[in-house]
Design a binder for this molecule. Structure first.
Ligand code: ADP
Length: 512
């Protein structure tokens, strides 16, 4: 028997639902995971079944509690939730039944609505209040789509019979047996309806998107009382204390608590967030401004930038070109050659994000010669992560007004030591990989622990952050400049080859 307090983190992602049980020292005790399907009913549409999401969540929670029964369920002190952001669900407040499938963040069906609103000149006002841009990615146009396209839904919404929520909010509602309809600032901030300066739902934005306020959840701090679980679920009431969208949770999991600290997550795509402190500031490079977290009513902001394709480039080399069978093999192959032999790989499969903002361009491999081998191309694909991050970092640092001393990284790709070393060389600063790379779930656990008093404050959790590896720059300045100049030339030739179509805002299409 072990009665040490534990924290259960629920990490509901786009392709899987996981729970991780953490000790009070934030060590991983157990992990339970279930894959989740995406549905593509039409071109550009991406949906998921909300009931499956809830049932999977319940299943993985129950399974982990059973597996760790030696640690009594009583030991679970709190639950924290982190989630894929923006994904939109409307459900009946009485029955809990969704009125339509979840419209996933990747769904592009509301693209023309966003274009129209932009053409009408609303974007500066919306950006000033939300830190976001017009893009189908965010929840508002998805909510409006359901209200306008599912019969009877708008009338029911206006009568107060329906509830809206992103995944966090929908799971909380079910976990509390329908008693709590609440979300947190980081998730609310991704709807395009929440004013992150005034920190409340914005009546003008609700009017702009024609969304009735009656469907909205209450917005709370990231560590707060979110109610207790329905005893019918786990045999007892467990407090839900923490909640944050996945990228924000990762920032917390990486303990980026001081302004200027940066975390960068390399999964399918790459998401970098810099803590910029308590003052809201708009980006000059069309990056997003977003809450990092709010605790005890005090907001801390972050600048967020995304690279559309990170690990997806490695997946493409594996599945599209069949260069190797396992992503891990890319490291030895990249190291088998002394350099990329002047090959540059710009993985713009879905366009280029910050600071280029060219959704119209597509990928390119340049510098091919008769002696180019697949190892050179693989190496170029990994090096591209370093170049892309340097491009993004320059924008983030200018917007944030800080220089990052170190960059803390996580995500599947950081298993690749070659990539991490090249990243440190390009950024010309240390890159730190933590012992616990499950930064997202860790962030949710920290928030939940804070809410129930397991930790005295955020700083009290810093001592549990342990570095696994630090990559320090070893490349000479001349070499770094030469390589980066080659990347810039490659990108410029791609931009020119694709014409000078006006840049339009784009937000990542590949991640989580
Ligand atoms: P996501 O959460 O977006 O699904 P993960 O954080 O699980 O992504 O990371 C998976 C990505 O990391 C995949 O795109 C995979 O190709 C890449 N990846 C995993 N291991 C390695 C490795 N050793 N070298 C290079 N890429 C890797």
């Amino acid at each position: 028997m072990n009665d040490q307090p534990t924290i259960l983190a629920i990490d509901q992602g786009t392709t899987s639902t996981r729970t991780i049980l953490f000790s009070a020292e934030l060590k991983i005790l157990a992990v339970q995971q279930k894959e989740l399907k995406l549905h593509y009913p039409r071109k550009g549409w991406v949906e998921q079944n909300p009931e499956t999401i809830w049932q999977d969540t319940l299943e993985v929670c129950r399974a982990i509690l059973e597996r760790t029964a030696g640690r009594r369920a009583e030991a679970v002190t709190a639950i924290g939730i982190t989630n894929q952001r923006e994904t939109t669900i409307l459900w009946d407040r009485k029955t809990g039944k969704p009125v339509y499938p979840a419209i996933v963040w990747q769904d592009r069906r509301t693209g023309t609505v966003c274009e129209r609103l932009r053409a009408q000149g609303f974007e500066p006002m919306v950006t000033a209040r939300t830190g976001l841009l017009f893009d189908p990615y965010f929840s508002a146009t998805k909510i409006a789509w359901i209200l306008d396209n599912v019969e009877g839904v708008r009338a029911r919404a206006v009568r107060g019979e329906l509830a809206f929520g992103t995944i966090d909010c929908y799971l909380l509602w079910h976990l509390t047996g329908g008693r709590v309809h609440a979300t947190d600032v980081t998730n609310a901030a991704r709807t395009l309806l929440f004013n992150i300066v005034e920190q409340q739902w914005d009546a003008d934005l609700l009017a702009l998107f024609d969304i009735p306020a009656a469907i909205l959840p209450e917005v709370r701090d990231n560590a707060a009382g979110f109610g207790v679980t329905d005893p019918a679920l786990f045999g007892r009431e467990i407090p839900v204390g923490g909640m944050a969208g996945d990228q924000h949770a990762a920032l917390i999991g990486q303990r980026c608590f001081r302004p200027g600290m940066v975390k960068s997550t390399y999964g399918t795509g790459c998401f970098a967030l810099m803590n910029i402190g308590p003052d809201f500031r708009l980006s000059q490079h069309r990056l997003l401004t977003t809450p990092a977290y709010r605790l005890n009513g005090r907001m801390v902001y972050a600048v967020e930038g995304s690279i559309f394709v990170a690990g997806a480039a490695i997946q493409w080399l594996r599945d599209g070109l069949e260069f190797f069978q396992d992503a891990a093999a890319s490291e030895a192959l990249a190291r088998s050659v002394p350099d990329s032999n002047e090959v540059y790989f710009v993985p713009a499969f879905t366009g280029l994000g910050a600071p280029y903002w060219r959704p119209d361009v597509r990928g390119m491999i340049s510098g091919l010669s008769r002696d180019t081998t697949r190892a050179h191309i693989i190496r170029a694909a990994l090096e591209a992560q370093g170049y892309q991050t340097l491009d993004l970092m320059a924008a983030i640092e200018e917007d944030g007004g800080y220089q990052a001393d170190v960059v803390r990284v996580d995500g599947g790709l950081v298993a690749n030591g070659f990539m991490c070393q090249f990243l440190a060389d390009m950024l010309n600063r240390p890159v730190e990989v933590p012992k616990v790379t499950e930064a997202t779930a860790l962030g949710a656990a920290i928030l939940a622990g804070l809410a129930v008093g397991l930790f005295a404050g955020l700083e009290a959790t810093e001592r549990y952050w342990q570095r696994d590896i630090i990559y320090t720059p070893v490349m000479t300045e001349a070499e770094r400049k030469r390589l980066y100049a080659g990347w810039k030339t490659a990108v410029q030739s791609l931009l020119h080859a694709s014409g000078n179509a006006a840049a339009e805002p784009a937000v990542s299409d590949s991640r989580q």
